[in-house]
Design a protein around this ligand. Sequence first.
Ligand SMILES: Cc1cc2nc3c(=O)[nH]c(=O)nc-3n(C[C@H](O)[C@H](O)[C@H](O)COP(=O)(O)O)c2cc1C
Length: 307
Amino acid sequence: MAVKVNLTVNVGGIQMKNPVTTASGTFGCGLEYAPFVDLNRLGAVVVKGVTLAPRAGNPVPRLAETPAGVLNSIGLQNPGVEKFIEEVLPGLAGYDLPVIVNIAGETVEEYALLAGRLDRVQAVAGIEVNISCPNVKKGGMQFGSDPAMAAEVTRAVRASTGKPVIVKLSPNVTSIVAVARKVAEAGADALSMINTLLGMAVDIRKRRPLLGNVTGGLSGPAVRPVAVRAVWEVYREVDLPIIGMGGITCAGDAIEFILAGATAVAVGTANFVNPRATVEIAEGIERYLEENGIRDINELVGAAHNE
Ligand SMILES: Cc1cc2nc3c(=O)[nH]c(=O)nc-3n(C[C@H](O)[C@H](O)[C@H](O)COP(=O)(O)O)c2cc1C
């Protein structure tokens, strides 16, 4: 008989029944996928980014396929934090899983206000701070690509909430380790990485940029080696749990991230191809542990660093 394996992980104070969560912006507010996926089988859900005021997002087209992923320039379309709390969160509260809310602001103060608002909401298990969105003019990647600014946002959010703070890092930097170090010093409980890689496409028929916003963020299998490298480097230098993401489509991809140093993983673009990807990946990780006689997923975290 197969041994019972432990799949539970703790990410900066958020207890997850397995290491699989959703990548912000690729799973709607969570409920859109409920017809396809039993949400109770996920380790956590990370919802689409919310801002203080509602946002309409960028001009269309906002999505383009690439050979191994997609380019998106959604631009943080969302109903705003108040409507999110009133109309979206109650629907998720009925499920047995931590809800992590991804936030974005145009100023440090906006991040602090958002964190303070969500701090008072019981259904919120943790806050993921998006300082890495490449698709907005103000805020976003501007904060995430400067270690001092990244620290300032983290400090402001830290001061505004007692809930776990996860800071989401951008790969569009010279040294992701330098940003991660500053964010850790500023009081983050965990890191998530990576957000999308800045890219663009040109429509050769129209002889114009393909996306309405000209540039976009690249995600999907094409970015996986970049993301694994980022997790590997940060795991060695910074003592914080990591949610790894970027191109995960199957359990093997998820295990690659865990071996490189991720405590949990998030599934993004794969949800568009296979709406059941998250649950299938959680099941695949469990099978991998059973088949390899590993009793506890935590034994695998960073194991590729062992001599
Ligand atoms: C359509 C789309 C929308 C996204 N929206 C957000 C967002 O609101 N906030 C955020 O932090 N990341 C956002 N992301 C980035 C993803 O959460 C994730 O970091 C990235 O896509 C890499 O993972 P993947 O290759 O598995 O998709 C978005 C990605 C896509 C494709």
